[in-house]
Write a protein that binds this ligand. Structure first.
Ligand code: PLP
Length: 425
């Protein structure tokens, strides 16, 4: 399928007249339609709730849009909890799914009334010491080990992942937690990332539902929710077939009716912690081509770099690129699209066929709405970009300003010196 940006060249020119590139731009309309479709796909389950994985796109303005549809927040750090709190997401609207958790984060999560999802059996004692009790609602993360396969495709390698408890530990954890006063239980697992197949959630659901039936039978724990976590992917490449959330919801429903309903567990709520699926396609990184270079290869140097979008450098991830205004032009030029870091992996694309690019052209790097801005860093003293929301009526709003040198130097004791420098500048 041809990938088209959600924004036109004309609109981008309007935005760049006000805000300099690079910036991440978000598509309110696309985000709203998608969250509606997700809710609809799971409407058969009265307790269904999506806890948006805050780490994917920690912008409060965007999360508030999702909250309008009943979404909660999935947090895994102190500042993610603070962000949720700041936008009035609290109590059981927060899922705290963290690992190697510092004690003070458990304390804060408990103060907010978040549902705590324990990553390990040893965390029971750690949590009890940190907060002085065991919460009545508690969740445990499961890791089945081995390889996770769908048909003959290896989707991921849980046996090599640091997360979750073994089955034996999970049974033991439930017994201990029950003894210590926990009343409402949940289970959670995240077995494969960025899956572009409608089969992942139903397969995971089968594993977790069957486990839940045995857990309830053997430990007597009251299992109230099953958290399918994240992992539903998006088609980064044009040739990929997107997931169909209706098919996924229906697949999970069938397994639910097959496994949970006959076991008398037809009131269990289904939770998700989707990140990528919720915002990924509804963000793009807008950058300007500022240099062209002809050496052993053809290079286009742009004003964004890996600090704005780390996925290509970190995972060799593919992000589609459109040259604004040249959507229909023939892709007959082969380029490496680079940023300015002193790091040779700072390339958004390698040997990519694109239309001829002139200096000043705006490049739209697709699918940066999740794990895009959020993974940014400050290497080479590069500053993080702005985030802008393209609203349904075509207007746009700055939802995070770009970092300034003052922000960058703010953690240094010698900052006053820099402050004087700024005054002179
Ligand atoms: C990262 C993460 C998610 C979201 O993953 P996506 O691939 O973005 O859907 C959900 N839950 C937990 C615990 C995570 O670490």
């Amino acid at each position: 399928m041809k990938k088209q940006p959600f924004v036109t060249k004309e609109k981008l020119e309007e935005i760049t007249a006000q805000y300099p590139t690079p910036f991440h731009l978000y598509d309110e309309k696309g985000m709203r339609e998608n969250v509606k479709a997700l809710k609809e796909a799971f409407s058969w389950n009265p307790g269904f709730r999506e806890y948006f994985a805050v780490k994917a796109c920690p912008n409060p303005r965007l999360i508030q849009i999702l909250m309008e549809y009943g979404c909660g927040c999935d947090c895994s750090s102190l500042t993610e909890l603070m962000l949720a709190h700041a936008i009035d997401c609290k109590g059981e609207n927060i899922m705290f799914s963290s690992n190697a958790t510092p004690a003070e984060e458990f304390v804060y999560a408990d103060e907010l009334g978040a549902v705590i999802n324990l990553d390990d059996i040893t965390h029971i004692e750690f949590l009890e010491q940190a907060i002085g009790h065991i919460p009545e609602t508690i969740s445990c993360r499961f890791n089945p080990g081995g390889l996770f396969q769908i048909s003959n495709d290896i989707m991921d390698n849980p046996g090599d992942a640091k997360y979750g408890m073994t089955e034996e530990q999970l049974f033991e954890a439930f017994r201990i937690l029950k003894e210590k006063g926990a009343k409402r239980f949940g289970i959670h697992a995240f077995l494969a990332s960025n899956t572009v197949t409608n089969e992942y959630y139903p397969m995971l659901a089968k594993i977790l539902f069957e486990l839940a039936v045995r857990l309830e039978k053997e430990t007597g724990a009251d299992i109230c929710f099953i958290n399918l976590s994240g992992g539903i992917g998006i088609p980064y490449r044009p040739e990929q077939e997107p997931n169909d959330i209706r098919v996924i919801g229906e697949g999970v429903r069938q397994v639910y009716e097959e496994v949970l309903t006959p076991a008398g567990m037809g009131d269990v709520a289904i939770f998700t912690e989707l990140g990528r699926f919720m915002t990924g396609p509804y963000g793009c990184l807008v950058t300007k081509a500022i240099h062209e270079k002809h050496t052993y290869k053809e290079y286009i140097g742009c004003d964004a770099c890996a600090v704005n979008l780390m996925r290509p450098a970190m995972y060799g991830a593919y992000h589609h690129i459109t040259v604004a205004g040249k959507e229909e032009a023939v892709c007959d030029h082969k380029y490496d699209i680079t940023g300015s870091l002193c790091e040779n992996n700072d390339k958004f694309a390698i040997d990519r066929m694109l239309p001829e690019i002139q200096r000043g052209d705006l490049l739209v790097i697709h699918d940066t709405g999740a794990h895009g801005y959020a993974m940014g860093y400050n290497y080479n003293g590069k500053l993080k970009s702005a985030e802008i929301l393209l609203k349904e009526d075509g207007s746009f709003e700055l939802i995070r300003r770009a970092e300034t040198p003052e922000d960058y130097f703010a953690t240094l004791d010698c900052f006053p010196v820099y402050e004087k420098m700024f005054k002179k500048m």
